[in-house]
Write a protein that binds this ligand. Structure first.
Ligand SMILES: Nc1ncnc2c1ncn2[C@@H]1O[C@H](COP(=O)(O)OP(=O)(O)O)[C@@H](O)[C@H]1O
Ligand SMILES: [Mg+2]
Length: 221
């Protein structure tokens, strides 16, 4: 079982870090919350409404945006068109959708690549495009799956700054990340999964000093 009896809450405006070893069930958890996978037990609520059986498009409408750890741009569309796909959810006219998409590309530092094919982007660019595609839905809750891992230090610092700005605009964020400096610095609260179960939860200092977490994930060094 990939995720089992994980009780998890995120409060409005919070950044919650979700950490744990490879295979712990972090991405599966995101798939359950976003509706890419169905739960076989348990219930999921979003802003007071039960969404356990809601299809993924309905969850997107309600305000849940997510990125994919294995980036999933539409490779034959341009960078602008990739963002437009989500922008049409809130802006049915093409003109308004393009305006909104352009704003997001600007915020993500992708404006100069708007007309380029998504497949022409570097890894860092494609990771930013993942965030841009999710932001196009104007989400209330954003699920970020390893959007910093694999970036060089300068790119990583830029993405960390962006995540702060997204939260400051009022978006709640749950993020999976392995880079401790990043997750400890950004998170208000951290939840730790191992083998599909929650083994700890608390502030970054509480989690970093928890013996179970050190054993299962952080290591003694
Ligand atoms: N589509 C799938 N079918 C079967 N098993 C899967 C699938 N996706 C992930 N798993 C398994 O579920 C467990 C949790 O995986 P995952 O959620 O990707 O972990 P994490 O994101 O924490 O590294 C792992 O044992 C993984 O091999
Ligand atoms: Mg994962």
């Amino acid at each position: 079982m990939a995720v089992n009896e994980v009780e998890f809450t995120a409060a409005e405006g919070e950044i919650v870090g979700l950490i744990g070893p490879n295979g712990a069930g972090k991405t599966t958890f995101f798939n359950l919350v976003s509706g890419a996978l169905r739960v076989s037990g348990g219930r999921i609520f979003f802003r007071g409404r039960e969404i356990t059986h809601a299809p993924a498009y309905r969850r997107a409408e309600l305000g849940i945006g997510r990125t994919f750890q294995v980036m999933k741009p539409f490779p034959r569309l341009t960078v602008m068109e990739n963002v437009l796909v989500g922008a049409f959810l809130r802006h049915p006219s093409r003109r308004a959708a393009e305006g909104w998409a352009a704003e997001i590309l600007e915020m993500m530092g992708l404006s100069e690549f708007a007309a380029a094919s998504a497949r022409a982007l570097t890894t860092a660019g494609r990771k930013r495009l993942e965030i841009a595609r999710a932001l196009a839905l104007n989400p209330t809750l954003l699920l970020l799956d390893e959007v910093v891992a694999g970036l060089n230090p300068v790119e990583a610092e830029g993405t960390v700054e962006l995540i702060r700005r997204i939260r400051d605009r009022g978006t709640t964020i749950i993020m999976v990340e392995h880079i401790m400096r990043v997750i400890m610095g950004l998170s208000d609260r951290i939840v730790v999964l191992t083998h599909g179960r929650k083994i700890a939860e608390g502030t970054p200092p509480q989690v970093a000093s928890n013996p179970d977490v050190i054993n299962a994930y952080l290591g003694t060094h």
